[in-house]
Write a protein that binds this ligand. Structure first.
Ligand code: ADP
Length: 492
């Protein structure tokens, strides 16, 4: 039998330590699932100032202090803390790369007040990427695979192929890059390139340069040994047009033989109403009546009147253009003519904060909004809503539609990316959700009206809920696909 592999999973966010979106959920759940196999997997992330030392149970690693990491012409010091992702009997080691100058701040990528990107994000993630490789050597733990995620780690494959190419420690190390979102590319001015210390010839159209800038996602796409993205549909979409490829469709096409779509999974130890510790009343498909108690609790918490006959549509999202909320802006008045309530949780761009605040002011009995990041409320919305709306312009995978299914909260989604891959349109009495194709507010309204009509027939509705709750989007199958990919790379 082939020997077990050592896999390092590198991510800029990992739940529960630091999270802005789905990447954090994936970075916690996938390593746990892989750890159940015979392989060894460990995780590395930055040690942000927002991570609470005590809550996260961070331990200093005395051996790993004062590690020198060059960024441009300066040496910076990295030290390492460690903790674990713990779930029943599974424990995954997490290393936190620490440099207070770069990471001792509250935000991950943007200043929490101004919402502006930190001015030194180039240096922060150059330091992190180079730091990962220096720390591993000091640690003496040699990975067969370094699994990188998104632009924040895009330099690692390039370092392995250049500065560390002749380093015996990394002789057999292969890299994988997973794209969680093509639209976030880590674009910096040309002048930032010198700070990477990569050979000058890499700053070219075949390397790290795109449209006159340094582009860290492109760097990862060019130099990684394999590329994955988080649904099969999105893997096709990002090759098909500028809209989805965000200008890097040509680069992805060049590497199409190395690209696979592997659907994200749902971690049912966290997102399942029968075990969820963050909701008032637990339930499953046999005790569906209990869901109503959660609906009551949600509406009371958000200050909306309770009426079991009126469907509640939940929204939990980053408020970014990608997520399609301009359609709600367009359709709001029409939408509010229907008997329904909206429970919205999200943070992000000011224009969407304004939009939802205005909606709440105009329709106080029908719309409740919390413009915060609040994990407890996210769980309550999943449990207490009847429907869940994701009108995304594009969606690499999307997690909340899968979570919603398990909570008997029927998704209404635009048929794009992972939303299209995971939701079957309701036809008659079968299907898991209500889909619309065109990115158009009228189409969205039609889908919502179909859902509201179906809700009136409670026998049908229960049937749909149960059908969705029985769907299995656990990580099992996808984790196997990653392991197969690691294996095939390690053999080459
Ligand atoms: P994306 O990664 O594009 O943000 P996903 O659907 O893949 O979208 O994942 C979103 C994750 O972030 C889910 O776990 C969701 O519950 C969570 N989330 C998003 N916004 C909030 C918020 N304001 N408060 C709490 N959780 C949130």
């Amino acid at each position: 039998m082939a020997k077990p592999l050592n896999i390092l999973f590198v991510s800029s966010e990992v739940d529960p330590f630091a999270k802005t979106g789905g990447l954090a959920d994936v970075s916690a759940a996938l390593p746990q699932k892989i750890k159940e196999s015979e392989h060894e997997i460990r995780v590395m992330m930055p040690r942000y100032g927002s991570i609470n030392e005590r809550k996260a149970k961070l331990h200093e690693m005395l051996r790993l202090k004062e590690i020198e990491v060059p960024v441009g012409q300066k040496m910076h010091k990295a030290s390492v803390r460690s903790s674990f992702i713990v779930n029943n009997t599974i424990k995954v080691q997490v290393y936190f790369i620490d440099n207070p100058g770069y990471f001792g701040r509250q935000g991950l990528y943007v200043h929490p007040d101004s919402k502006k990107d930190y001015h030194d994000n180039d240096e922060r993630f150059i330091f992190f990427s180079r730091g990962v490789l220096e720390v591993l050597k000091k640690l003496g733990w040699r990975p067969d695979i370094i699994h990188c995620n998104d632009w924040q780690t895009g330099l690692i494959p390039a370092y392995l192929k250049t500065l560390y190419k002749d380093d015996p420690f990394y002789r057999d190390t292969k890299s994988v890059l997973t794209i969680h979102n093509m639209a976030y590319q880590g674009i910096f001015p040309k002048s930032s390139f010198a700070k990477t210390l990569l050979p000058a010839e890499l700053y070219s159209i075949d390397g790290i340069e795109a449209y006159g800038h340094m582009n860290l996602l492109k760097c990862g796409l060019v130099f990684s040994d394999a590329i994955t993205t988080v649904s099969e549909r999105y893997a096709q979409e990002i090759r098909s047009s500028e809209e989805y490829g965000a200008g890097l469709e040509g680069v992805v096409n060049k590497r199409k033989s190395s690209l696979t779509g592997i659907l994200n999974g749902a971690d049912y130890s966290v997102w399942d109403p029968s075990v969820d510790e963050l909701i008032p009343v637990r339930y499953d498909a046999r005790t569906l009546d209990q869901k109503l108690e959660n609906k009551k609790a949600l509406l009371s918490k958000m200050g909306l009147p309770f009426d079991p006959r009126i469907p509640v549509i939940g929204i939990i999202s980053r408020l970014a253009d990608q997520k399609g909320f301009d359609l709600i802006g367009e359709a709001l008045d029409q939408l509010m003519k229907t008997d329904l309530q909206l429970a919205v949780l999200g943070t992000g761009e000011k224009k969407y904060h304004d939009l939802f605040e205005k909606a709440q002011r105009k329709f106080p009995k029908k719309v409740a909004v919390s413009l915060t990041f609040n994990n407890d409320l996210a769980h309550l919305i999943e449990a207490g809503s009847d429907m869940f709306l994701m009108p995304s312009r594009y969606e690499p995978c999307g997690l909340n539609q899968m979570y919603s299914l398990r909570y008997g909260t029927i998704p209404i989604v635009r048929a794009t990316g992972g939303l299209d891959d995971t939701i079957e349109d309701v036809q008659g009495s079968s299907g898991t959700g209500f889909k619309f194709k065109e990115y158009d507010s009228g189409e969205m309204l039609k889908a919502i009206h179909r859902a509201v009509t179906a809700f009136k027939d409670q026998i049908l509705w229960r049937k749909l809920m149960k059908y969705g709750m029985a769907k299995d989007f656990s990580w099992e199958a996808s984790a196997k696909k990653y392991v197969q990919l690691y294996r095939s790379l390690a053999r080459t």
